[in-house]
Design a protein around this ligand. Structure first.
Ligand SMILES: [Zn+2]
Length: 231
């Protein structure tokens, strides 16, 4: 089993990007308006794959005062304190206001895609008869027990070109595929169709190593990161 835990900065300092995620001990902000802030549409008639679009400002309650916080019940959302506003925007990170808050901002990531065919592992026994896709998971079943494998993401050089702070539209979802059609592709899906499933976040965030260094130099240490395979 290939377990990737936290990396030290020395281990990744010559890389282009790292994946960022919250340390296990971190307080995480909470999202209060999931059902009204996102438009969620079915992508497939047979399984739970959905596309999610943000419509309105996020209504967020920060926790614990960390300047960068993941949003625990948001699909890969992060917020940044107002004290980081200038540093982030000067380094190319787009920010969006939060609903009725001036002390934190919402990060607006650039889009990147990871290589689904290489990593992470997929379950091989649940190919959807509609879209022929399988659940994307980061865990492995060993002797009937699920282990969090924390596989590193694999990306291509092209996918991360120019990325300062990126997020994948692909989500980690363990879906259940039905043999009969049950959804209308393109039609609205209920907010509980969004499966947080595996992993700490269901849409992955990456950051350029140069931005990470800038944040560390500025005293922001509430981040954990792991290497990303670039091919
Ligand atoms: Zn499907």
């Amino acid at each position: 089993m290939n377990i990737q835990s936290f990396a030290s900065f020395d281990e990744i300092k010559n890389d282009a990007v790292v994946e960022i995620y919250p340390p296990a001990s971190a307080f995480q902000a909470t999202l209060g308006n999931f059902s009204t802030t996102y438009d969620i549409r079915w992508l497939c008639a047979h399984c739970q794959r959905t596309e999610i679009t943000q419509l309105t400002d996020l209504s967020i309650t920060p926790r614990g005062g960390a300047p960068l916080q993941p949003v625990k019940n948001g699909p890969g959302e992060w917020i940044a304190s107002a004290s980081l506003h200038d540093l982030l925007t000067q380094n190319g990170v787009a920010l969006r206001p939060l609903f009725k808050r001036l002390d934190y901002w919402s990060i607006v990531p650039q889009e990147f895609r990871f290589c689904e065919d290489i990593d992470p592992a997929r379950w091989l026994d649940d190919t959807c008869p509609g879209c022929e896709k399988q659940s994307l998971v980061r865990t492995e079943m060993i002797a009937g027990v699920t282990h969090r494998a924390e596989r590193p993401l694999t990306v291509t050089k092209e996918q991360i070109e120019g990325i300062i702070w990126g997020r994948s539209p692909q989500a980690f979802q363990r879906f259940h595929a039905s043999s009969k059609p049950r959804n209308e592709p393109g039609g609205p899906a209920p907010c509980n169709a969004w499966v947080f499933g595996d992993g700490i976040q269901s849409r992955m965030n990456i950051m350029s190593v140069s931005l990470l260094k800038t944040l560390l130099d500025a005293g922001v240490h509430d981040l954990a990161f792991r290497p990303v395979n670039v091919i």
